[in-house]
Design a protein around this ligand. Structure first.
Ligand code: UD1
Ligand code: PEP
Length: 434
């Protein structure tokens, strides 16, 4: 288990470029299974989850040509379905969440798919019902071995169908889209998730020859095609990393310019930071956060306390709430952080309380933060990172704190943030991997 040793209290300065989006990368890598032709993906983040998924595809028989850490070609001409029943597959697939999205493409191309209990952050119940509901609507039969925790899906032939999803699941929608693009007939998916990750997946599939209408909305219409060809695809910058850098800059009083930020694709994220009182200048592709900001959290129009809550896109992504929470600890004012989607994602606040933050955990979903208005810095501490985003929130806290902090279990951070220690050190952060 690796750790970060962080010497806090030092403002950072300089330019940083976000990595490609983790959650888009996981979708589009799985989509390469849909074609026999070569597909090249660019702007891949060099992170554990992505590298594990690429290795999994390689073991499955996909020809991989990694031209650089950011660019990789995939040719899924031959697949070895027997690999899906091996112990190695179970271990690798359960190391990340995104690998569940191999099911849709395998079902579409080979009529069967197997999957063990997926991995990913332990942040509460993470059900998969929507995935299987969609597969069943398309004509597949599904079996769940509750002792082995192993899912099996079979289909002689998939067939287009109309469906109304029970919830707008991100990976569920991606899986259903990937199963439907090769299913004869018309599929309509209502209450589809429409995060930029899904939009990008759909754009890539269209460039492979798929017929999809409604991209960016919650109603997708897909006309099944016989087969799909190769393509090249570029992944968008990671909006969660961009939001993490905005939060980091505000909390540490740093002057940071985020380059190549594709700001048209950030949705409501900048507005949510502005409601926290954070000032930034946004141009087409850059975000400049001025140094030494005093930020005051807005109230609602009637004077009541601000709530920052997650919602399916175009609402605020749940993956940034831990960052909003940590930033609020040094704001002027109070905010209610309401994590509606996951029920164990706020427990890390205990660590911030140890560091001197004023937070009341009201229940597993809600925490009230009373900002310290930069009058008292947080104190350095020893802590363990429970999940990717809490991990980065703790890193931000440690960089702002007085004294030394140690963060254990940083593999969690490495799952989602590329060489974060090296990149932040270039801005003047004092972080050592120990
Ligand atoms: C690999 C990957 O892409 N992971 C992301 C994906 O996970 P994932 O696709 O697993 O998450 P889902 O969208 O399925 O659901 C997330 C949670 O929100 C709940 N839910 C979902 C939709 C809804 O309308 N109402 C509702 O309450 C679900 O029950 C679940 O508890 O999407 C999540 C939600 O944006 C992100 O946190 C994860 O980073
Ligand atoms: C929850 C996350 O990831 P995963 O779904 O891969 O666990 C995340 O990226 O914040």
């Amino acid at each position: 288990m690796n750790s970060f040793e962080v010497q806090g209290g030092q403002p950072l300065k300089g330019e940083i470029t976000p990595q490609g989006a983790k959650n888009e990368a996981l979708q589009v890598i799985c989509a390469t299974l849909l074609s026999k032709d070569e597909i090249t993906i660019d702007n891949l983040p060099d992170i554990l989850d992505v590298n594990n998924l690429i290795d999994l595809l390689k073991d499955l028989g996909v020809q991989i040509n990694r031209q650089s850490s950011q660019t990789c070609s995939f040719k899924a001409e031959i697949i070895k379905p027997d690999y899906l029943k091996t112990k190695e597959f179970r271990t690798r697939a359960s190391s990340l969440r995104g690998s569940i999205m191999i099911m849709g493409p395998l079902l579409a191309r080979f009529g069967k798919a197997f999957f063990p209990k997926p991995g990913g952050d332990k942040i509460g119940r993470r059900r998969m019902d929507t995935h299987f509901f969609g597969f069943e609507k398309l004509g597949a039969t599904f079996d769940f071995d509750s002792e082995e925790i192993f899912y099996t899906v079979h289909a002689g032939h998939l067939k287009g169908a109309n469906m109304l999803l029970d919830e707008a699941s991100v990976t569920g929608t991606a899986n259903i889209i990937m199963a439907a693009v090769l299913a004869p007939g018309t599929t309509t998916i209502y209450n589809a998730a429409c995060e930029p990750y899904i939009q990008q997946l759909c754009r890539m599939l269209v460039s492979m020859g798929a017929k999809i209408i409604g991209i960016g909305s919650n109603l997708l219409t897909i006309e099944g095609v016989k087969d799909l060809n190769g393509c090249t695809h570029r992944i968008l910058p990671d909006m969660i990393e961009i939001g993490s850098f905005i939060g980091l800059a505000a909390m540490t009083g740093s002057e940071i310019t985020i380059k190549d930020a594709a700001t048209d694709h950030l949705g409501i994220i900048p507005l949510a930071f502005r409601r926290m009182g954070i000032n930034m200048h946004i141009s087409k592709d850059e975000i400049y956060i001025p140094p030494k900001q005093k930020y005051a959290i807005e109230t609602f129009i009637d004077g009541s306390i601000m709530t920052i809550a997650d919602a399916p896109w175009p609402g605020l992504t749940p993956d940034l709430l831990s960052v909003f929470l940590v930033v609020a600890t040094q704001a002027n004012g109070s905010v209610l952080i309401h994590q509606k989607m996951f029920e164990s994602r706020l427990f890390f606040v205990d660590k911030l309380i140890d560091m001197g933050a004023r937070i009341i955990l009201c229940d597993p979903h809600r925490a009230t933060v009373i900002g310290l208005n930069q009058e008292t810095p947080l104190r350095g501490s020893v802590m363990t990172s429970p999940d990717i985003r809490a991990g980065v929130a703790l890193l931000i806290a440690a960089l702002s704190a007085k004294g030394k902090s140690i963060i254990h279990n940083i593999e969690q951070i490495d799952r989602g943030y590329e060489k974060i220690d090296e990149r932040l050190s270039r801005l003047g952060a004092r972080i050592k991997r120990i």
